[in-house]
Design a protein around this ligand. Structure first.
Ligand SMILES: Nc1ncnc2c1ncn2[C@@H]1O[C@H](COP(=O)(O)OP(=O)(O)OP(=O)(O)O)[C@@H](O)[C@H]1O
Ligand SMILES: Nc1ccn([C@@H]2O[C@H](COP(=O)(O)O)[C@@H](O)[C@H]2O)c(=O)n1
Length: 224
């Protein structure tokens, strides 16, 4: 049982987990765990070392031994990700890195390597953790589990707008296809598949604003 409250926000890509997690953490004064960033860093580290993303033992070894740090950055990079001292923040956030992360994420030994690391993020006064298995595997005893979802079309539309704002040239159809591929990998893997925990509150954000989502989560946490 975690000593401090952990708010778990799980759901598919583009549902708004990361955005909501930051705002919920601010509202409650809690710490933040972006667990997807860990799988992204493992995928980057494997590529940098020339390790195949499906070589379970070699990728798990990387996950166990990599030197990963998070540092406070500036306005453009509020949280910097440092791998072996190298700033890889930009690479971590690339859409292509998310896809690569979903290739290493099904590996059982990799998930085992990251389990304790994630649990060490729990600190006073509490933690907001977003990902795919926060409520089902990493913090199953938490009473604060949210499954945040939205239709694939809405998630693709949001991601498309986000990429366009960053100046990335991509079609809506290609973004939707990537979302569907990632959903399929994340939901249909054998280890820690993406699914709502039995006791999770499911929020469908398809026609909700970010504020409505955040208010619902904060109200749910405060009601318990
Ligand atoms: N309720 C909402 N309405 C409209 N846009 C939203 C909503 N929630 C999030 N967004 C926007 O959708 C985009 C994707 O959100 P976000 O990155 O938080 O998703 P995510 O679930 O964390 O995705 P991933 O798991 O791939 O990291 C962002 O541009 C965000 O501003
Ligand atoms: N708890 C988690 C978090 C993430 N993943 C995998 O990483 C990919 C990238 O995640 P983002 O949230 O940063 O987009 C994701 O598609 C999953 O494959 C995971 O397995 N478990």
């Amino acid at each position: 049982m975690a000593e401090f409250p952990v708010v778990c926000i799980d759901g598919p890509s583009g549902a708004g987990k990361g955005t909501a997690a930051v705002m919920v953490a601010q509202a409650l004064g809690y710490h933040l765990l972006d667990s997807g960033a860990l799988y992204r860093v493992v995928a980057i580290a494997a590529e940098k070392r020339g390790v195949s993303p499906t070589d379970e033992a070699a990728v798990a070894d990387i996950a166990n031994t990599m030197r990963l740090d998070f540092a406070v950055g500036g306005a453009d990079e509020p949280v910097q990700v440092l791998l072996e001292g190298e700033n890889i923040t930009h690479e971590v956030r690339l859409e292509s890195t998310g896809a690569k992360a979903s290739v290493v994420a099904p590996l059982k030994a990799v998930r085992a390597a990251l389990l304790d690391y994630q649990r060490h993020f729990v600190k006073a006064p509490g933690l907001v953790a977003d990902g795919r298995d926060m409520g089902t595997v990493v913090f199953p005893e938490s009473p604060y589990k949210i499954f945040l979802t939205a239709s694939a079309e809405e998630r693709a539309d949001r991601r498309f707008k986000q990429l366009k704002n960053k100046g990335v040239n991509v079609s809506l159809a290609a973004v939707l296809e990537d979302i569907r591929i990632r959903d399929d990998r994340d939901m249909n893997r054998a280890t820690a598949p993406l699914k709502a925990a039995d006791d999770a509150l499911t929020i469908d954000s398809t026609s909700l604003s970010i504020k409505e989502v955040v208010d619902s989560i904060v109200a749910f946490v405060r009601s318990r």
